[in-house]
Design a protein around this ligand. Structure first.
Ligand code: SF4
Length: 193
């Protein structure tokens, strides 16, 4: 809405070789297509599922993988913008408080120089929560981790690190009925059962 008020007419561009595994890639792409359809926005889907090239490129140093990940997508967007005569390009990465914005801007400026298409540095971050609420309201799929297979692992590592001290992460979770019984017992230790 605000973009339109500023006379910017966005064309959505999808190129995400960093999203794994395949079903996650499909879920996010489906959500993107549905969003574009409902909002009447044009969407260009470029590239394919890219587990192998992505992991091959970052496997030597997975902890520094985000630079490659940002660069490869920004360069693809900039190249597409050049080939199809767009006035500029930007990235939805700019909305996330979890991303390294300085690094994204640096790599986007490099992609802009390479392609000759200006990078539109738009501060989307103030709209992060509102964006999440909107997607929830539209009942669209929402991602649970950043995208790559490494971030999927970190999601579970983080969950493990939040477990109480001494908790065995390999502990087998009891069935629902048993969990309900334990929970009742904890709330009321004198009860039978
Ligand atoms: S954590 Fe996110 S930004 Fe970093 S490499 Fe993985 S998908 Fe890309």
């Amino acid at each position: 809405m605000r973009l339109e008020q500023e006379r910017i007419h966005p064309v959505l561009y999808w190129n995400n070789p960093n999203i794994h595994p395949l079903l996650e890639y499909k879920s996010r792409l489906d959500a993107m297509q549905e969003y574009a359809r409902r909002e009447h926005l044009p969407l260009i889907v470029s590239g394919e599922y890219g587990l192998r090239p992505f992991t091959k490129a970052v496997s030597k140093d997975p902890d520094s993988r985000c630079d490659y990940c940002y660069a490869v997508r920004l360069r693809a967007a900039a190249a597409h913008a050049r080939e199809h005569g767009f006035d500029g390009f930007s990235t939805t990465l700019m909305i996330s408080p979890y991303q390294d914005l300085d690094q994204i801007v640096r790599l986007a400026e490099e992609a802009a120089e390479e392609s000759g298409v200006p990078f539109v540095r738009y501060d989307f971050q103030p709209f992060f929560r509102a964006g999440q609420e909107k997607v929830r309201g539209m009942n669209l799929y929402m991602q649970k981790y950043c995208g790559c297979v490494y971030s999927e692992e970190e999601r579970y590592e983080r969950k493990k690190s939040r477990l109480p001290q001494g908790f065995d992460p390999n502990f087998e979770v009891p069935a629902k009925k048993e969990r309900a019984r334990i929970s009742k017992k904890l709330q009321n230790p004198d009860s039978a059962g």
